[in-house]
Design a protein around this ligand. Sequence first.
Ligand code: ATP
Length: 298
Amino acid sequence: MSSVTVRVPAKVNVQLSVGPLRQDGFHDLVNVFHAVSIYDEVVARPARSVTVSVTGGWAAEVPLHDGNLAVRAARALAARAGCDEGAELVIHKTIPVAGGMAGGSADAAAALVACDELWGLGLSREELMEIGAGLGSDVPFALMGGTALGTGRGELLRPLPVGGPFHWVFAVADAGLSTAHVYKECDRLREGSPVPEPRADEELLAALRDGDAAELGRRLVNDLEPAALALHPPLAGTLRAGRDAGALGAIVSGSGATCAFLAGDEAHAAELAGVLATTPGTRAAVVAEGPAPGATSL
Ligand code: ATP
């Protein structure tokens, strides 16, 4: 086989509820993942060892060594399958880096699918998801796509029925936020206050099922948002600009620093994007639809 190309979506969390800090340093989460039509592509070609290069406007911000999640994924797959194949990986990067849209995890998922096909391994999606869970808690969802309820650390996934499509605008900030720093800040802000066990919002799940964008917009929730705003205060202005322009809902995406806005339809999304593109601190405003399929070989 001369090459395999895999397309993989970004995600937004329409509910991200963070439980108390556990003894092991992690948090129990209730995480409603929603894949959206902003895609990276990963191309895999035969090679003696695993290498990676990156194209696109984000290339300078992506590590090219062993720290690249796509490289780690290819190696983890080879180890699991007991094969000593290599792959030349090329990532065409569109998903914002350090934007709370799980771009690194998406590339890991795409590399798993691409190398599985390139090396003729024939692993099932479930087996790839198991390997992915060892790489990062967002990797299994990037393989699954659609919309799903994640519990535990986010890695136990149940697909959810969705009556969409939903129309989104993502305001990409001109700064990134580190997920680890945002969780630490979240713990600091909540220190001394009781933190309830997280629960799925049944009304939000019903809004997703019914394709009710207005209700979904009202119920968007992200427990990491106060921490992201504390670490990068200009995001408050971005959220306000979107709400003032008529967004049905506005939220920081995951750990930030991208902000997500829900629109009523495609035309509304285009209109919101026009306003958000000129908001100070915003690098770009991108329209997208959800749910989008998981990592797919083209
Ligand atoms: P999440 O939403 O999963 O918390 P994120 O979207 O905020 O993550 P990523 O874009 O996944 O953040 O990048 C986080 C860090 O991971 C980057 O700063 C980068 O150093 C590292 N990284 C490793 N591999 C990749 C990759 N293939 N693409 C992007 N970043 C990568």
